[in-house]
Design a protein around this ligand. Structure first.
Ligand code: ZN
Length: 151
């Protein structure tokens, strides 16, 4: 394991231990539930949207460290961002995790801390853990009431 990998792992463990924006929002106007049956991860995501901008976000989750850390990082990445920008981040994140090459690393600038999740792409079953919160986010933004599955 390289030093960089260790740094990344520390960041993931830190988000897992101290998840940011953890908890319910008082008056969310959007919410979605997600479930990853492969690992048993669940998430409930609350959003407060103003026009199409996320002004508040909160989540509750149960599951593995990767799913919780990824959700925590996601909430930091999307807060105060408009929906069109969030969609761009989602696309870049999804591409990073499903694309096994490292040649797109310089396009990860917009991902910030989320780039630490790139190592997960080597473990296809863990990709579902890392993307669960994002699928829940998409459902919340599109006001989809059904529980999202990572299928
Ligand atoms: Zn998991």
């Amino acid at each position: 394991m390289t030093e960089l990998d260790e740094l990344y792992q520390e960041l993931i463990m830190d988000h897992n231990r101290n998840p940011r924006n953890f908890g319910k929002l008082q008056n969310p106007n959007r919410e979605a539930d997600g479930h990853n049956p492969f690992c048993g991860d669940t998430i409930t995501l609350h959003l407060k949207l103003d026009e199409s901008r996320v002004i508040e976000v909160g989540f509750q989750s149960a599951g593995c460290a990767i799913s919780k850390a990824s959700a925590s990082m996601m909430t930091e990445a999307i807060k105060d961002k408009p929906e069109n920008e969030i969609n761009k981040i989602f696309d870049a994140f999804h591409k990073m995790l499903t694309n096994n090459s490292n040649d797109s690393l310089d396009s990860n600038d917009e991902l910030g801390d989320l780039a630490v999740m790139s190592g997960v792409s080597q473990f296809p079953t863990r990709v579902k853990c890392a993307t669960l919160s994002w699928h829940a986010l998409r459902a919340a933004l599109s006001d989809d009431k059904e529980t999202v599955k990572t299928e």
